[in-house]
Design a protein around this ligand. Structure first.
Ligand SMILES: Cc1cc2nc3c(=O)[nH]c(=O)nc-3n(C[C@H](O)[C@H](O)[C@H](O)COP(=O)(O)O)c2cc1C
Length: 168
């Protein structure tokens, strides 16, 4: 699939088939994620691939908006040990977000559906994911990504709005 098509076809999918996602496709998604840009190429991310049904059940309850029956969940988190020093700012958020978008676009391009659910900066959601996965304080979960074979196919769209474009 061409990139342009993937961009418009990428929609949040919240209903999934039961089929398992093969390991090699998950690895592909992670490779897409880690090929992304990051400030000073710090790559401050960690990826937790949750296949365990028990852990997925726990993670679905993280917030009111994370409760979807996907086949696999990827938690992307910032690792303070790999972030730029504090005085340079919180660029890790942008680094990790770019990696998430690569996963979402990559997923649609290989026939998978996905839904990005925000965690950081919701303190309770961040701590709840840490507790569920036994993560230490230096790990800051930024997002929870549901992945699976889609049971629904939302309409592709651009949302292009010329009023939000400013040529100067
Ligand atoms: C930072 C961020 C947080 C989001 N959090 C959630 C969430 O918690 N639950 C959810 O169902 N969708 C979540 N979404 C998906 C948005 O609701 C969705 O992208 C938006 O409605 C546009 O729809 P589309 O993805 O189909 O284009 C989130 C998206 C972003 C970028």
């Amino acid at each position: 699939m061409q990139l342009e098509e993937a961009m418009y076809r990428r929609r949040s999918v919240r209903e999934f088939l039961d089929n398992e996602v093969p390991e090699n496709l998950i690895e592909k998604l992670l490779a897409y994620a880690m090929s992304g840009p990051s400030a000073c190429n710090t790559r401050p991310w960690e990826f937790y691939v949750i296949k365990s049904p028990e852990k997925r059940k726990m993670l679905r309850k993280t917030t009111r908006y994370t409760d979807y029956a996907s086949s696999v969940i990827i938690i992307i988190a910032g690792n303070t040990k790999h972030m730029l020093p504090r005085q340079f700012g919180d660029f890790w958020i942008q680094d990790c977000s770019a990696a998430v978008e690569n996963i979402l676009l990559g997923a649609v391009s290989i026939g998978l559906g996905s839904c990005w659910c925000g965690l950081y900066p919701k303190k309770e959601a961040v701590q709840s994911v840490r507790d569920a996965l036994g993560l230490s304080e230096n790990i800051i979960p930024l997002g929870l990504i549901h992945i699976g074979y889609p049971a629904v196919t939302p309409e592709p769209r651009t949302q292009y709005d010329e009023e939000r474009v400013h040529y100067i």
